[in-house]
Write a protein that binds this ligand. Structure first.
Ligand code: TRP
Length: 451
């Protein structure tokens, strides 16, 4: 039995929940992954499918997952166990919780390595990038990837930072970190946009991202964009469920989901515009892959007035954004260990952190010493990313939609959501038909069963 009904800590206010959930959603996914994936997937075609997936799959699922957590009042596995029992459903549905905590652990392992790249660049940015050339920026990133000790060192630092906050408990640790950092990040991205307009090629960036052309939407782009919509909203992996479980009754889940999605999408689009403005102004390659922001932004910091201040500030804020996200990746599994096996929070965080750290070392080595090691044609980094983003998250999302739409008792759902009859009906029908159909079709399309 989970021993959570007593004294479960809660967020201090509704805004605190919006803030921490936005903190989970806004992270490397927005600032590192979205721009490079937009670049490698042909620009506007990717952006278009991504926006559609956020609106029609992401937001309804964000609501569903928050609701499951608040209803269950426990870690993702414990919450699923309760809502499944309450619905009198087959215990197999509890798998949703297990897929979540496992997936979150897998993501955390590579997330921490990438956050380590940002730490490395933050350190370097203090001595400034003055005089940096295009070739040097590319070579610097390649040199970082080739250096296992540097990668592992920064990965270790980041994992410890994450563990420290999660060990001190969600409501005190997680809330406080978010309150200052998210607004500051927003401000600096606005500054980068202004730079893009004044000194780089913003017109080309807008054309690249928003010149929609349905004909250009390729098969692979569709799955990538849907997977990214899940990733960027922290969906399907128990994070939102875990946070929802600390949410007070009486808060509108629909409204909070809407704010979170809006903030997350806004930051991603702005980061994309800022980066592509620099990419095109410098004649860089938009499809250069995971190193994109690290090969472009230092060039901008080298040239812009005040770049010596803006550069370090930017990297520090990205680290905080990544930090508030990685916390939400560690919390679900840790809460499970605490509530299920009665571990102390410290022991749970230590154990979970250790496993993710070891897996992260394999990720770090996959860029250099182990670069020849492939499973299904993918290195460890790509394998973990693909497994989680393109398979586990959409699968969990599909199951959540089906469970809430078809299996839960309607009056339980209604009680939790507090929506008007019409709103509830629309949302439930999206979960029943819309999301499963969309996710299913996208899967079949990619596997090649349907054209
Ligand atoms: N959404 C975060 C980002 O964009 C990453 C993240 C945090 C996440 N928690 C998650 C992704 C849970 C999937 C599931 O950087």
């Amino acid at each position: 039995m989970d021993s959570t009904a007593v004294a479960r800590s809660h967020w201090s206010s509704r805004w605190a929940f919006v803030l921490v959930t936005a903190g989970s959603a806004i992270g490397l996914g927005n600032i590192w992954k979205f721009p490079y994936m937009t670049g490698t997937n042909g620009g506007s075609a990717f952006v278009l499918v991504y926006l559609l997936c956020i609106a029609f799959i992401g937001v309804p699922l964000l609501m569903a997952e928050t609701m499951l957590g608040r209803r269950g009042q426990a870690n993702p596995v414990g919450s699923m166990r309760r809502v499944v029992a309450e619905a009198g459903a087959h215990p197999g549905w509890i798998a949703i919780g297990f897929i979540g905590i496992l997936g979150a652990l897998m993501i955390l392992s590579f997330y921490s390595v990438v956050a380590g790249w940002i730490l490395d660049y933050a350190m370097r940015s203090f001595s400034g990038f003055a005089g940096l050339t295009k070739a040097e920026a590319g070579a610097a990133f390649a040199a970082l990837l080739a250096d296992p000790l540097r990668l592992i060192g920064w990965h270790t630092v980041f994992m410890i930072l994450t563990a420290l906050v999660v060990a001190s408990g969600v409501t005190s640790g997680i809330e406080r970190a978010n309150k200052i950092m998210m607004p500051a990040l927003f401000a600096i991205i606005v500054a980068l946009i202004v730079y893009g307009i004044v000194a780089a090629d913003m017109a080309a960036a807008v054309r690249f991202m928003f010149h929609f052309d349905f004909g250009a939407v390729r098969r692979e782009v569709v799955l990538s964009a849907m997977g990214h919509a899940f990733f960027t909203l922290s969906l399907g992996m128990g994070a939102i469920m875990a946070y929802g479980s600390y949410l007070d009754r009486g808060t509108s889940i629909m409204r909070t989901a809407f704010y979170v999605a809006l903030a997350d999408t806004g930051i991603a689009l702005m980061a994309g515009l800022a980066i592509f403005a620099i990419v095109f102004a410098q004649g860089l390659e938009p499809a250069s892959g995971p190193g994109l922001i690290l090969q472009t932004l230092p060039l901008a910091f080298a040239q812009m007035p005040g770049g010596a201040v803006v550069g370090p500030l930017f990297f520090i804020l990205v680290i905080f954004a990544a930090w508030t996200s990685s916390i939400s990746l560690m919390e679900p599994f840790a809460a499970f260990l605490i509530e299920r096996f009665g571990l102390s929070r410290r022991a749970a965080v230590g154990g979970m952190g250790l496993v993710a750290w070891l897996l992260g070392i394999a990720v770090a080595l996959s860029f250099n010493e182990w670069s020849g090691f492939k499973i299904l044609g993918l290195g460890i980094f790509d394998l973990l990313d693909t497994l989680t983003t393109k398979i586990m998250m959409p699968l969990a999302g599909l199951l959540i939609a089906l469970f809430v739409g078809w299996v839960m008792r309607r009056h339980h759902v209604a009680e939790e959501m507090g929506l008007s009859g019409a709103q509830l009906g629309i949302w439930l029908n999206v979960l029943r038909f819309g999301s499963p159909l969309a996710i299913g079709l996208i899967f079949l399309h990619v596997v090649g069963v349907i054209g």
